[in-house]
Design a protein around this ligand. Structure first.
Ligand code: HEC
Length: 170
């Protein structure tokens, strides 16, 4: 009798243990909803897809590059060279992240960074206002050359005429 009770207890414990492990494995697979109010739902693969979508594609990169391009222009005008170098660095980072998400843009983006952006970076290093103005114009031409190559030539980059914000000014 006592043996039988032990046996039942053991069986129940083992079964619960197994249920526990299965539940635990499900958690490990990432099936439980995550994020505020569980907006990130589905299995692990679906969640990764949702997160990847949330990062956006190359246009997300370009919105950032467009902003930084304008800030960069005024940084050069102000001869705030540190801020100009900062913007170039962040344009590179944004481009690299964009290439990672959209590898098909890699070749043209790589060419742009190695040529026009690197040339402008040189002007910033030399802290040379004339060189900066000239190379910034070349940069804008290269932005548009890539837009033409990538079949979005309706997006025309121009030399900025207005500041977004006053904080670039020394
Ligand atoms: C790799 C080639 C490439 C280079 C270099 C490039 N662009 Fe773009 N740009 C694109 C593509 C492709 C799109 C359209 C993105 C899409 O539809 O996914 C775009 C879109 C844009 C947009 C519209 C973003 C939006 O959705 O509102 C802006 C602004 C822009 N680019 C600015 C620039 C500026 C400024 C430069 C230069 C500093 C530049 N781009 C350099 C390829 C490029």
């Amino acid at each position: 009798m006592r043996y039988a009770l032990y046996s039942i207890a053991l069986t129940v414990t083992t079964a619960c243990g197994l249920v526990g492990i299965v539940a635990c494995e499900q958690q490990n697979l990432g099936d439980a909803p995550a994020g505020s109010d569980g907006w990130l739902a589905g299995d692990a693969q679906q969640k990764f897809e949702t997160i990847a979508d949330q990062f956006g594609g190359f246009s997300q990169t370009m919105v950032e590059v467009g902003y930084r391009y304008t800030e960069l222009y005024w940084a050069g005008k102000d001869e705030n060279w540190e801020f100009a170098a900062y913007q170039i660095e962040h344009i590179e980072e944004a481009m690299e992240a964009g290439i990672q998400r959209r590898p098909a843009r890699g070749r043209s983006a790589g060419m742009f960074m190695d040529s026009a952006l690197a040339a402008l970076s040189e002007a910033v290093e030399h802290q040379d206002q004339d060189m900066f103005r000239q190379r910034f114009e070349q940069l804008a031409t290269n932005c548009n050359a890539c837009h033409a190559m990538e079949e979005v030539s309706f997006i025309q980059v121009r030399i900025p005429t207005e500041r977004y914000r006053p904080w670039g000014a020394p």
